[in-house]
Design a protein around this ligand. Structure first.
Ligand SMILES: NC(=O)c1ccc[n+]([C@@H]2O[C@H](COP(=O)([O-])OP(=O)(O)OC[C@H]3O[C@@H](n4cnc5c(N)ncnc54)[C@H](OP(=O)(O)O)[C@@H]3O)[C@@H](O)[C@H]2O)c1
Length: 227
């Protein structure tokens, strides 16, 4: 998972705003890092709402290299047909559920895009990962958010690394999208623990890299109680 994130943990300026506004403030060196990371992955995935709001291309642009397979889960196949991600710049998979209307699925296929049925009522992310592995030989995939998709991928334990590009801003807003959305946890035992693997400056931006440790895995930094 790789995200640009403000000091207060937000991914964009406010609910419904494009993260492209924030990305304008990334150091050019970090933008290159982002595109270099895309170029070494077999696939890149973002949620359908990010496509609706950001209209992302998800291609490799600032470095030489092949654009990865673009993967968009959209249970009802309702991403706009003129979305940049459906264009010819790179191959794309749209994952839908069996409930997606056939007319929308056909319209997406007519744009030269692969459509996978990956669940009954909703896209089932573990099934989608298996399909990508079996059909498209995907071995490494980068997730570029948003928070709803990030939460579901973590919930299914499908994320093994988190890489953050820290932007030196505070934007506030209780409902401003942060790195992970979804449901709150009930207690500390449900916290997903991370181990810091690496941190460095890329241009002027701090970059941190974490390994994700799901419950049962040993981090070396388990909590302790004091009385
Ligand atoms: N700073 C950054 O790095 C960064 C990166 C990306 C996005 N963003 C920002 O994040 C915001 C959008 O985030 P978001 O949380 O609203 O949306 P999101 O995570 O981009 O997309 C969520 C949508 O994906 C679809 N989906 C299909 N199957 C799913 C599944 N199994 N699990 C989860 N989602 C599934 C769902 O729509 P259906 O029910 O229609 O299928 C769901 O509503 C935007 O403001 C964008 O600018 C920031």
């Amino acid at each position: 998972m790789m995200s640009e994130i403000t000091v207060d943990g937000k991914l964009t300026l406010k609910k419904g705003a494009s993260s492209k506004i924030l990305m304008k403030y990334m150091d050019p060196a970090t933008e290159i890092l982002l595109h270099r990371t895309r170029a070494v992955c077999d696939a890149i995935m973002v949620g359908s709402n990010t496509i609706k709001i950001d209209n992302s291309f998800l291609t490799v642009r600032h470095v030489k290299g092949k654009s990865p397979l673009r993967v968009i889960p959209s249970s009802m196949a309702d991403i706009p047909l003129d979305a940049n991600v459906l264009g010819p710049d790179a191959p794309t998979v749209v994952a839908v559920s069996a409930k997606a209307p056939e007319s929308r699925v056909e319209a997406i296929r007519n744009r030269g895009v692969h459509v996978l049925v990956s669940g009954e009522d909703r896209v089932h992310l573990p099934l989608l990962m298996q399909q990508l592995y079996d059909i498209f030989s995907v071995r490494t995939m980068m997730i570029e958010g948003g928070p709803t998709l990030n939460w579901h991928m973590l919930h299914y334990r499908l994320v093994d690394e988190i890489r953050l590009i820290h932007l030196p801003f505070i934007v506030g807003g209780a409902d401003t999208p942060s790195l992970v959305g979804g449901m709150h946890i009930e207690d500390e035992n449900q916290m997903i623990r991370l181990v810091l693997k690496n941190h460095y400056l890329c241009g002027t931006n701090l970059v941190t890299e974490y390994r994700v440790c799901y419950s049962g895995e040993h981090t070396g930094h388990e909590g302790h109680t004091q009385s």
